[in-house]
Design a protein around this ligand. Structure first.
Ligand code: G1P
Length: 288
């Protein structure tokens, strides 16, 4: 796949049940890590990796996610009046960060179905998928690393991370043949296998670069694990006819859709902020 990866699909239609009660009213994508909603980190990673248009897959009750990236004339007016120039600049930059289109997923039919909802908006070009639960702290950003692999190898690329055997049931797991440092040619993918069924301990993390050929496959993919249309199952079909690579990216990944993962991300990201790192370290020493 030589074409530039211009479009990034961000599924944001999920109910966020792992984070109740916080997500009863507030979309999980808007829960903050330090002072930014999780989805803003994802959009920033996409933009820093060359994405020009974000296709947000939304659902009823998720309007605030889109609003976060839109213009808020009232807020800008208030900040202007209060002469809060820095904040005004920040809020304006946020609304100019990227072109965003929203597509509604009317029924929760799984990740594969969510990606299929982006078909028309993506068209006939390779595209990225970024899952909002997976926050990756990396430089260069995780997706940018994958764009480079895709440029070199010329196929679809999926982010991978090794997980303990006790956690294979939480991820898509691949079987692959190593072709270069950290890069695997994928031969098999299984969604959330029990440890004794897992083909390896290489887990799929929520970053994908996919060819448009995935769409007709998704259309024909029957419901799989949990009765949902699984992206992993469609990728298994794709891997039979087109090269699909897995890439063990360099960086730290946090599961921001999980209470503990979100806490870890909050601490790790706060420790990177010069204005709060020392105070936070002192506080942690005091409370443990
Ligand atoms: C999804 C995918 C799974 C992948 C995971 C990464 O699962 O179906 O293959 O390993 O994202 O976060 P979910 O966590 O949405 O259940």
């Amino acid at each position: 796949m030589q074409t530039k990866i211009r479009k990034g699909v961000i599924p944001a239609a999920g109910a966020g049940t792992r984070f109740l009660p916080a997500t009863k009213v507030v979309p999980k994508e808007l829960l903050p890590i330090v002072d930014k909603p999780t989805i803003q980190y994802i959009v920033e990673e996409a933009v820093a990796s060359g994405i020009e248009q974000v296709i947000l897959i939304t659902a009823r009750g998720k309007g605030a996610v889109e609003d976060h990236f839109g213009v808020s004339a009232e807020l800008e007016e208030v900040l202007k009046r209060q002469k809060k120039g820095d904040l005004l600049r920040m809020v304006k930059e946020l609304s100019q960060m990227v072109t965003m289109v929203a597509v509604r997923q009317e029924e929760p039919r799984g990740l594969g179905h969510a990606v299929l909802c982006a078909r028309e908006a993506v068209g006939e070009e390779p595209f990225a998928v970024l899952l909002g639960d997976d926050l990756v702290d990396a430089e260069p950003p995780c997706l940018a690393q994958m764009v480079e692999v895709s440029r070199q190898k010329g196929g679809g690329v999926i982010a991978l991370q090794r997980v303990p055997a006790s956690e294979t049931h939480l991820y898509g797991i691949i079987r692959g043949e190593q072709v270069s440092e950290g890069v695997y040619r994928i031969t098999e993918l299984v969604e959330k296998p029990a440890p004794d069924q897992a083909p390896s301990n290489l887990a799929i993390i929520g970053r994908y670069i996919l060819p448009p050929e995935i769409f007709p496959i998704l259309e024909k993919t029957p419901p799989g694990k949990g009765g949902e249309i699984q992206l992993t199952d469609a990728l298994q079909t794709l891997a039979r006819t087109m090269p699909l690579y897995g890439y063990e990216f360099a960086g730290d990944r946090y599961d921001a859709g999980d209470k503990f993962g979100s806490l870890q991300a909050n601490i790790a990201f706060a420790l990177k902020r010069p204005e709060m790192a020392e105070r936070l370290k002192e506080f942690i020493k005091k409370v443990i």
